[in-house]
Design a protein around this ligand. Structure first.
Ligand code: 2AM
Length: 179
């Protein structure tokens, strides 16, 4: 089985801005800059045949390239925060592409989370029990105005996730150009 997901990679200037944003973050597990990405669909643990089929379908996705900008900060988990992320300025072409990727994966027999897509870039994982809430609130308040440069999205990627004792490492399996 292969643990895989589909994501957008981020250009160097955006990664630099995110690395700056991560400085002093009161979080136990800050995502290493080389792992930062915007997930379009988490495929989970899939067998090679299903992944091949999904890959074939991704190759046939026709969608235009587009510009995208990251903006603001948010937390997932409600009362038990589990992740801190950079938000994404609403983008119809992003939703269009994400919908196509999700449909292609489903048609290949892969079960995708049915929850509404919330575009984001996870910056740190949190431990709700050990979170210093006032410190985090202060950290976030000072950075809510965060906004990245616009970036041009020209492709999307199929990535494999290798889980290890020191966290995940990602391997690019394929790249699909946009029009
Ligand atoms: P996250 O970074 O917002 O947590 C690879 O694990 C990517 O797939 C991550 O970006 C992760 O999103 C996303 N993902 C979505 N659902 C997941 C799940 N159930 N388990 C692991 N990763 C998931």
């Amino acid at each position: 089985m292969i643990r895989a997901f589909v994501a957008l990679s981020l250009p160097e200037p955006v990664l630099d801005a995110l690395a700056t944003l991560q400085q002093g973050m009161p979080a136990p597990r800050v995502v290493p800059v080389e792992n930062l990405h915007l997930t379009l669909a988490f495929l989970g643990e899939v067998d090679e045949t299903a992944l091949e089929e999904a890959h074939h379908a991704f190759q046939h996705i026709a969608a235009p390239g587009f510009d995208l900008r990251l903006s603001g900060l948010g937390m997932f988990g409600g009362a038990r925060p589990r992740a801190l992320y950079a938000g994404v300025v609403e983008s119809a072409p992003l939703r269009h592409l994400q919908g196509k990727v999700e449909t292609a994966a489903r048609n290949a027999g892969i079960a995708i989370d049915a929850r509404r897509f919330v575009p984001h870039v996870t910056l740190a994982r949190l431990n709700a029990a050990r979170l210093d809430k006032p410190r985090m609130a202060h950290f976030m308040a000072g950075r809510m105005g965060f906004s990245s440069h616009a970036m041009t999205v020209t492709d999307f990627r199929l990535l494999r996730s290798h889980l290890g004792p020191s966290g995940a490492s990602y391997e690019e399996l394929a790249r699909y150009p946009l029009q």
